[in-house]
Design a protein around this ligand. Structure first.
Ligand code: AMP
Length: 308
């Protein structure tokens, strides 16, 4: 069993979907990643920052899941990062209505001593300069560094982002972002180009159409489970990243074949996350439910074709 270090935003979110809206609820990349990874009982820690308006009950939620919170700085008189989003009717696109960086604006991450030798480093969506600082603080080179990022950073901090990309083993991005980063429309060509930037493994997420894993000319495809109802897609990408990195940390196996399993675990957990607002579904999710849906995943893609 390996150790997992997670860096990412911790936030208050206000979300509006065609099905309703929330008050301020727990959001940010790191909680989705941490809660998803906790399904594998890995030893993990979050590096992030919040204000003194952040409820103790949320910190307790992390601790209850065996997530070390000593790397979450609480700023006295500071306000927690706030994000407000509204989804369109098809739930595939959304508008960001408000972003208040608050304490995240001046965040200097500090990696807890006991996690400077983490086996897996999961860089959640955040300013690339913060991600770089965390990489630099590691005393032992992680066996695997996974990066999740988005077009926002490609637009405003491309140079630093490229520096991070050069140092990671796995990058997870969505199809549009892969096209933007590579300048290629074909996802196969896009992945080839992204490989040359650094990552040996490229995961391209296609939302309700699943995810592709590219490595040395090989491609693996994992479907997304067709769901009757998608309620709120917020954090699906982060949950995928948490499932992926959590599973790799648990198994301590860094082979391509095991990455395929990690992609399935990530997709499986993401399929739960979209069923309720924010991380509500992850907070109540049981191992039995996870296992049951994994068997559905298996039968969804299993076929016995005779090749003559
Ligand atoms: P996703 O749906 O995977 O894009 O993730 C949504 C989460 O990202 C929300 O919980 C937000 O709080 C968080 N978020 C939105 N914008 C940013 C940003 N600029 N930096 C860090 N986290 C963000």
């Amino acid at each position: 069993m390996g150790k997992l270090l997670i860096v990412g935003s911790v936030a208050f979110d206000t979300i509006e979907t065609p099905f309703g809206k929330t008050d301020k609820i727990l959001g940010g990349a790191a909680p989705f990643i941490g809660l998803a990874a906790s399904q594998f009982n890995v030893e993990s820690a979050i590096v992030s920052i919040v204000g003194n308006d952040f409820p103790q009950e949320y910190l307790d939620l992390f601790t209850d899941r065996n997530i070390d919170i000593s790397g979450i700085e609480v700023v006295k008189d500071g306000k927690t990062f706030f994000w407000k989003g509204k989804y369109h009717n098809d739930l595939n696109s959304r508008d960001t209505l408000e972003t208040q960086l608050n304490v995240l604006a001046d965040f200097n991450p500090i990696v807890p001593k006991s996690f400077k030798d983490a086996d897996v480093l999961m860089l959640g969506n955040l300013n690339p300069s913060v991600q770089l600082s965390v990489i630099d603080q590691m005393e032992v080179k992680p066996k695997l560094i996974v990066l999740d990022t988005m077009n926002f950073w490609m637009d405003i901090a491309l140079e630093e982002l490229m520096e991070v990309i050069a140092k990671v083993d796995v990058i997870t991005i969505n199809d549009e972002e892969a096209r933007q980063l590579s300048g290629e429309y074909s996802l196969v060509k896009a992945a080839e180009k992204i490989h040359t930037m650094g990552p040996k493994y490229v995961v391209i997420k296609k939302g309700e159409h699943g995810a592709l894993l590219f490595h040395k000319g090989s491609i693996f495809f994992a479907p997304a489970l067709p769901l009757e109802e998608v309620f709120d897609p917020t954090g699906a990408g982060d949950t995928f990243a948490g499932g992926f990195s959590g599973y790799i940390a648990k198994t301590d196996d860094y082979s391509f074949d095991n990455m395929k399993n990690a992609v399935i675990h990530g997709s499986n957990l993401a399929s739960f996350n979209v069923e309720k607002f924010g991380s509500e579904r992850l907070q109540e999710l049981t191992k039995e439910e996870v296992y049951k849906r994994l068997t559905q995943f298996k039968s969804l893609t299993q076929f016995d074709i005779k090749l003559t």
